[in-house]
Design a protein. Structure first.
Length: 263
């Protein structure tokens, strides 16, 4: 299993607690990816340019866009590894990488026209992410207004790109943990409308995970969380308007976001 994150803090490595046999953890570093990408473009696209045109290219490469393109390419390389195993990608709730899919492919088509060098993983990335037999996209959010609405906006963008999320994972639910304290019960009751919004209006399939008093760090607690997840799938699964094939879920410790387990 390849577990890759775009989180600058790379929190997933700490959650595993150094006890994750069979799991490789990596982080997509925008600075490192851009540092590798810039000279590559200059060598390919700038090889036959006159000094003025090369200066324009260098100016373009100094903007923010090349960093996004470089991250996109790293994203594509990671997804391509799913041909040989399972890949789990943990990325930000804004989904900026996904929003670049069509634009970046257009950019690379232009680069291909100029240099004849278009990475194979870029050519096939969007098709792989759109294929439900290859990829499950999961939206993860805590049952609060802002995280749910952030994830809902992301879902709209994904669907616009032809990617339909398989399921939502509602994480850290007080309502699912059935608290006895009056204050916590009141907070839990506030979650009900957000759970209803997700399960009836947003998600094809919803998995609810109860709130945990301590972060699930290390193999033992992660196994316990896996047991809760299994119970959610078999017992507390909330069906939405329709149900696609099956669910693979990787709970996130972030308020909201998406992960794409690919096969």
């Amino acid at each position: 299993v390849q577990l890759t994150t775009t989180d600058p803090a790379a929190h997933v490595a700490g959650v595993l607690g150094g006890d994750a046999s069979g799991v490789q953890v990596a982080r997509i570093d925008p600075v490192a990816e851009t540092a590798a990408y810039t000279p590559e473009v200059l060598a390919a696209a700038g090889r036959d340019l006159d000094p003025g045109a090369r200066a324009v290219l260098e100016e373009d490469l100094a903007s923010a866009c090349p960093e996004e393109i470089a991250v996109f390419r790293a994203f594509a390389r990671t997804v391509a590894r799913a041909q040989d195993g399972f890949v789990v990608l943990d990325t930000a709730p804004t989904g900026h990488t996904l929003l670049l899919l069509d634009a970046a492919r257009s950019y690379h088509r232009e680069l291909d026209r100029q240099t004849g060098q278009l990475p194979d993983q870029v050519v096939h990335l969007l098709d792989r992410l759109r294929d439900p037999l290859h990829t499950d996209v999961l939206l993860v959010a805590v049952p609060e207004a802002t995280p749910v609405h952030e994830a809902a906006r992301l879902q709209v963008d994904l669907v616009r790109s032809g990617i339909t999320p398989t399921a939502w994972v509602v994480n850290q639910s007080l309502l699912a943990s059935t608290p006895t304290d009056p204050t916590l019960r009141a907070r839990a009751n506030e979650e009900a409308r957000h759970l209803h919004e997700v399960s009836t209006g947003l998600a094809l399939r919803t998995v609810v995970l109860p709130h945990s008093p301590a972060p699930p760090v290390g193999a033992h607690l992660l196994r316990e969380l896996g047991g809760d997840l299994t119970a959610s799938i078999t017992g507390r699964l909330i069906q939405g308007p329709s149900t696609p094939g099956r669910t693979q879920a990787r709970p996130s410790t972030r308020p909201s976001g998406w992960s794409a387990p690919t096969r």
